[in-house]
Design a protein around this ligand. Sequence first.
Ligand code: PGA
Length: 257
Amino acid sequence: MTETRKPIVAGNWKMHHTHLDAIQVVQKLDYQLRPEDYRAVEVVVCPAFTALRSIQTLIDGDKLEIQLGAQNLWYEDQGAFTGEVSGPMLAKLNVDYVIVGHSERRQIFGETDEVVNKKVKAVYRNGMIPILCVGETLEERDAGGTEAKVRSQVKEALRGIGQDQAESLVLAYEPIWAIGTGRNATPEDADETTGQIRDELRMKYGELADSIRIQYGGSVKPGNIAELMAKPNIDGALVGGASLDPDEFARVIRYRL
Ligand code: PGA
């Protein structure tokens, strides 16, 4: 990471933690973090939809410096979409960030680049910030297709997104083979691909690309975060498994120590 981009570490809890568990985790996490940690790193938690209201109340009530993220949304603002949650619903809960295009959404729920693009637009339309996920499969990596894959995912997802919006954008490079497998990309590989993502952003947004934050995600743990963060193009982490436990997540966030 570079001095101009504040590191952002986000916990993606996926389908874990009831709202009661989530409250405890956030309380314990905040108890471990000091003002200087929040100054050094932007901390985001992305609980399940059912826990958002509870965590919002906790953050507001106790004036926590933790930012609130959602894991998904539907791209229409309202209507007959049984089971879906819209941008206005999330915005009313003071949600700051929405994860869009996570590989689990793409692979298990069939989200296409076109849907991802509509979701990115819906997040911005409702005054929130997307954490846009891109990444290649193991087959694509082995076939030398990583760069082409991530460049096309970035391009398609950001169709119609202008400079003013892209300013706040957060990208997450998550090689699919590294998610939940315990096998993280080497810092060199992760830095190379995040560099290519930044180059794709530069082609579209010019020098603004240098202020857009790009996270790495995929088996990030207390033991490997520091070497990843030492790389120039990596500005933070999207953390699954290691964010579920407040002690472990706090150690990820305090990687400088
Ligand atoms: P992981 O998940 O840290 O458990 O590999 C990362 C993610 O899917 O965002």
